[in-house]
Design a protein around this ligand. Sequence first.
Ligand SMILES: NC(=O)c1ccc[n+]([C@@H]2O[C@H](COP(=O)([O-])OP(=O)(O)OC[C@H]3O[C@@H](n4cnc5c(N)ncnc54)[C@H](OP(=O)(O)O)[C@@H]3O)[C@@H](O)[C@H]2O)c1
Length: 232
Amino acid sequence: MSEWKQAVVIGASGGIGGAIADALEDEGVAVTRFARSMTGDAHLDLENEASIVAAAARIAKGPAPDLVIVATGLLHDGERGPEKAIDQLDPAWLARNFAVNAIGPALVAKHLLPIMPRTGKTLFAALSARVGSISDNRMGGWYGYRASKAALNQFIRTLAVEHKRRNDRSIIVALHPGTVDTALSKPFQGNVRPGGLFAPDRAAVQLLDVIDGLKAPDSGKLFDWEGKEVQP
Ligand SMILES: NC(=O)c1ccc[n+]([C@@H]2O[C@H](COP(=O)([O-])OP(=O)(O)OC[C@H]3O[C@@H](n4cnc5c(N)ncnc54)[C@H](OP(=O)(O)O)[C@@H]3O)[C@@H](O)[C@H]2O)c1
């Protein structure tokens, strides 16, 4: 049985988000799922704050969630994908990366952290990426994705500092899931070393193991799927 009682998964239509929601339910956790492609009161579009407000109002009517996982993300969309070089920088695509990968999860925190419990252990996690680490960047490229994930990691740190004053047992982290076989990674799986590509259900179990092992002093940091801290 899981220590979590009431979870919210944003991006539950995604490869990793769906697998996390399923794994939590398998452990007896009540899960409320939201996604952009879901309809009715399960709809949540990170680029539309009103839909986040509506989701928060729906959640507030039930038991307060002790676990919130934001499993959304953008790397490519149609013809658009990560930039290989500076001549591919496009303001609209960069802005979209920031809207979905950084500003959206921060707005989810804006509206959901206030309805999480003020006492006891709580955890808010956003899926980030190791490539958002500035010190780890040796390859270059992927400007928008890298920079928006770095911004997400900074949002997480800043949220953790502020939210600690509301609940000193709260944990707010960014998580790197490893390379996972989903629509997001599909076009870029060619260079993955053998054994380096996780099935979504395996990635979900690994991330939930990391989440379960986190303690209050871990708040504000980025952890990979093995539970190792990734330096900013
Ligand atoms: N897969 C990997 O190898 C890998 C590696 C490192 C980090 N990550 C991170 O892990 C997270 C999950 O990725 P994934 O691999 O599970 O990708 P995925 O299967 O493509 O899922 C992406 C999710 O993001 C949602 N989304 C995109 N734009 C949105 C918006 N404007 N509003 C609300 N939801 C939106 C999608 O919703 P709809 O489908 O409903 O539109 C979907 O649920 C991302 O943050 C990604 O950066 C993944």
